[in-house]
Design a protein around this ligand. Structure first.
Ligand SMILES: Nc1ncnc2c1ncn2[C@@H]1O[C@H](COP(=O)(O)OP(=O)(O)OP(=O)(O)O)[C@@H](O)[C@H]1O
Length: 452
């Protein structure tokens, strides 16, 4: 009984600890979120506390005590950063309790099954709570790797766009298992249709995905496997999404090898040529690349290329030519996008990792139009009255958009006086061609064209 009391208090303190972390990050919705987690975890904790007379109790205590580090009075002199990294980057050694899965849970169905893991929708027989159990094949995964995934999943849970993981982890037969909340609409891969989603949905996805990744990056963590299958949907209108699967998550700067069983079109160029076990440094720029590919797929229903390899892929080669302004021809698969969104893709999909924009880049474009309208117009809608800072950049793209706007205004004014200003593009191109051919100098066209 006394032990149960201790655990309950500890779990409350963990909630307090999470609350502190969330507020320190300045995240909104933290109080409701914390309350919700407390309810969810309350149920789970009661399950855990019933089993305290075994080794799992010890492991749980050590986990909870790790969380305590940051509020222990003896550690108050530690800086915020070192406190966080001592909790987040220290993966404790654990011994998992053996649980009879079918005795404890009623397995409702298998949600997904891969090479390494099975995902069950299950109901706890004692508490009647529905949870998702991620069961990792013990033969194919070391206990340390399993626990690392669980540790990151659990400690990143406070963010509203990261899947909540409960304080329940155990071993059952050939599986290491931990429990998470259930996403009723599955993952993004199952919801993105041919042709892609509407602009509004794409923006919601961009905001939530990048918020989650920004949170990870602020903790010096890199997800490394950002793809549609790892973004779970909680609302049909995409107003609630959560990032999951932290199995490949590593600390920034560590030596890693290629993610196993990954989908090639999502690999950043610097990883395409890496051999299977070749080591390279883990950098957050790979998440930026993958997030851009996710957004591209959401917007179009396709990946922009099969592999980001200059030597073997024409689509990627054409894209880099345009990106480096060696041609003004926008790659066909990007034609759907406005100049603003093209700019975002150009910056997030930079070939060199160091040239790539940060994960917060998409936030700059949330008030712009993303898709070219049917009439072929390429003008951002909400710019005119927008007071946001995103347009006050000293950048050639923005200057150009200002010019476009002035042109539109001028055209409107002239047409109100009966003056037609529309230009026949074909005639103009022909005249331009003739003029170029008539010039003796070998002209080099700069990229200062419509889509930059
Ligand atoms: N909490 C959940 N709610 C609903 N569906 C889920 C949940 N967790 C996982 N899934 C489903 O299971 C799939 C696999 O989950 P997850 O990525 O965690 O497993 P994995 O074995 O690490 O996958 P992979 O290694 O192939 O990326 C997800 O793409 C999703 O469709």
């Amino acid at each position: 009984m006394a032990r149960m009391f201790v655990i309950k208090n500890l779990s409350e303190n963990v909630e307090y600890f999470h609350y502190r972390r969330v507020t320190e990050e300045g995240l909104s919705r933290c109080s409701t979120r914390t309350k919700q987690k407390k309810d969810e975890r309350g149920v789970q904790t009661s399950y855990s506390s019933l089993s305290t007379d075994n080794r799992f109790g010890t492991f749980l205590l050590s986990l909870l005590l790790t969380g305590f580090d940051s509020i222990s009075p003896s550690k108050v002199t530690k800086t915020k950063k070192s406190r966080e990294s001592s909790v987040l980057h220290k993966i404790p050694e654990v011994i998992l309790e053996n649980v009879n899965l079918t005795e404890e849970y009623n397995i409702i169905k298998v949600l997904a099954e891969g090479y390494y893991a099975k995902i069950f929708l299950a109901e706890n027989r004692r508490t009647d709570t529905t949870v998702v159990l991620k069961a990792v094949h013990a033969e194919l995964t070391s206990l340390r790797d399993f626990y690392q995934e669980y540790h990151y999943s659990y400690h990143l849970s406070p963010h509203p766009n990261i899947l909540s993981t409960y304080s329940v982890a155990f071993k059952s037969d050939d599986f290491y298992i931990f429990a998470q909340e259930h996403a009723p609409y599955g993952d993004l891969a199952g919801t993105v249709k041919i042709g892609g989603l509407c602009e509004d949905f794409c923006k919601k996805i961009a905001f939530q995905l990048c918020s989650a990744l920004e949170f990870l990056h602020s903790k010096q963590l890199v997800h490394r496997d950002v793809k549609l299958e790892n973004i779970l949907v909680f609302a049909a209108d995409f107003s609630k999404l959560k990032l999951c699967d932290f199995g490949e998550t590593r600390k920034e700067g560590t030596q890693v090898s290629k993610v196993k069983c990954t989908w090639q079109p999502f690999l950043p160029p610097e990883q395409c040529d890496a051999l299977r076990n070749e080591k390279f440094t883990c950098r957050h720029y790979s998440d930026c690349w993958q997030a851009a590919i996710v957004l591209f797929v959401c917007a179009t229903g396709n990946t922009p290329w099969q592999i980001a390899q200059l030597s073997s892929n024409v689509e990627y080669m054409n894209f880099t030519k345009w990106q480096k302004r060696r041609t003004t021809k926008v790659p066909i698969q990007f034609k759907k996008f406005t100049s603003r969104l093209l700019r975002m893709f150009r910056r997030l999909l930079a070939h060199e990792p160091d040239d790539r924009a940060k994960i917060t880049e998409p936030f700059k474009y949330l008030k712009d139009s993303w898709f070219v309208t049917k009439s072929g117009q390429n003008t951002p809608i909400e710019r005119k009255n927008s007071e946001d800072i995103y347009f006050i950049e000293d950048d050639d793209d923005d200057v150009r958009i200002e010019v476009d706007e002035s042109k539109t205004k001028m055209a409107k004014m002239l047409s109100s006086y009966g003056l037609e200003t529309t230009v026949d593009q074909k005639t103009m191109s022909k005249r331009l061609q003739e003029w170029v051919l008539s010039c003796e100098t070998d002209y080099h066209f700069d990229s200062d064209e419509e889509n930059f």
